[in-house]
Design a binder for this molecule. Structure first.
Ligand code: PMP
Length: 404
């Protein structure tokens, strides 16, 4: 097979036993370092932030703001550009309901693409219902990338926003974000990038990408659930009105008039996700230590191996481009993806079980485009290795024997 370079499985207690986890695009398993940081934040070090006059709370406040700094450094951004959200979905809704409601009106247009996750479709549809904004959909190239030549031809001065996935959660296709930003900016539009599948796989620098908004979730990058990030350029964030109202997002409250805290606190109403933010910072530190260049090479290697092995079969259809990153969607002739997923989850003769994802992957318009109701999807993480691919291939063979 190939020469996968990382051997990190031992750091992941969730991967004990002969269980082969190939559903990292849904959510990543957690390394012990993240589990320890989360347990300490919830136990030994726990206190509220930003309010306490006692030492433990002051220390927690420092740790919480250090987590913001760590996360900012991770994507080449400034710490006051990082808004903690519950995840990417909330981050995109935040942009739609604040920046979108303030800046968009009937007659304006938004450009999305066929391969977007529902989290980067539905918030814009909700906004369209309220404002009368129109949504256009950029097609894909034959091999499953967002077709930026087509986007260039479609974009007009009426377009105020382009919102695209950096890495497709179904096809693994990687967007040329810098080019998408130039195309958007050429017509005066902003670019929002859904970075959910890119943050665990690509070294990022917001300045080089030059997008305007970037959203991601910690649980995809080896951190906890319940926390994510909205990054936005500072001038845009500063001009955005608040969204949720409550504690921590205010400057001064009276019944006559309330004034708001500056960004990013203006967008973080209520007691924040303290434990989760510290867990996310631990995940970022862990990823930095592994090195995103090595991470990318590792996932490219595994993806290429799996695609090669699957395309050697005459009963498998592969979706997406050859150089898809870490994610392989496919169909096994005559077998529904759910049946394949169920059989893979049953113990094979060697005691191995394999977890893949089967379904529409929250990308129903893409399924319609591919002409299928579902795909089977194997996705890799930094802990994945050749034994996972071998187990999957054996499981596919077993399924073939059952279905004939
Ligand atoms: N966008 C993409 C590309 C995703 O893969 C996901 C998660 N499946 C999301 C958005 C939504 O992320 P979350 O559910 O963590 O908010």
């Amino acid at each position: 097979m190939s020469t996968a370079t990382l051997t990190l499985k031992d750091q992941f207690p969730g991967l004990a036993g002969n269980w082969h986890y190939l559903d990292t695009a849904a959510t990543a398993q957690k390394p012990q370092a993240v589990i320890d940081a989360t347990v300490n934040a919830l136990g030994r070090d726990y206190a509220t932030v930003h309010r306490g006059v006692y030492a433990r709370s002051a220390e927690m406040t420092l740790a919480f703001e250090a987590a913001r700094r760590t996360t900012a450094n991770f994507i080449g951004a400034a710490e006051d550009e990082i808004v903690f959200t519950r995840g990417a979905t909330e981050a995109i809704n935040l942009v739609a309901q604040t920046w979108g409601l303030t800046n968009l009106k009937a007659g304006d247009r938004i450009l999305l693409s066929v391969l977007e996750h529902h989290a980067n479709i539905v918030p814009w549809q909700l906004l369209a219902e309220r404002t009368g904004v129109a949504i256009d959909v950029c097609p894909l190239t034959a091999d499953g990338r967002i077709d930026l030549d087509a986007a260039q031809a479609m974009l007009t001065p009426a377009h105020k926003l382009v919102a695209l996935a950096h890495v497709s959660n179904v096809l693994g296709s990687v967007l040329d974000v810098a080019r998408a930003a130039r195309l958007a900016h050429d017509v005066g539009a902003k670019l929002l990038v859904d970075g959910c599948q890119a943050t665990p796989r690509l070294a990022l620098d917001m300045k080089a990408l030059d997008c305007d908004f970037y959203a991601f979730s910690a649980h995809k990058l080896y951190g906890p659930t319940g926390v994510g990030v909205l990054w936005a350029k500072k001038d845009i964030l500063d001009a955005m009105p608040p969204w949720h109202g409550g504690g921590a997002m205010i400057d001064r409250v009276t019944f006559e008039k309330t004034t708001y805290a500056p960004a990013p606190q203006r967008f973080e109403a209520g007691t924040p996700m303290i434990v989760e933010a510290l867990g996310m910072a631990a995940a970022v530190d862990w990823l930095d230590e592994v090195g995103l260049d090595r991470a990318q090479a590792h996932e490219r290697d595994l993806t290429a191996t799996l695609r090669r092995e699957l395309s050697a079969r005459n009963d498998v259809t592969l979706f997406g481009p050859e150089d898809g990153l870490g994610i392989v969607s496919f169909a096994l002739d005559g077998v529904h993806p759910h049946d394949l997923g169920t059989i893979l989850d049953e113990e094979g003769a060697d005691g191995s079980r394999v977890a893949i994802r089967a379904g529409h992957h929250c990308a129903q318009p893409l399924m319609d485009h591919l002409g299928v109701s579902a795909t089977a999807r194997a996705s890799f993480g930094l802990y994945s290795d050749e034994s996972d691919i071998e187990a999957l291939l054996k499981g596919i063979e077993r399924t073939r024997r059952i279905f004939g």
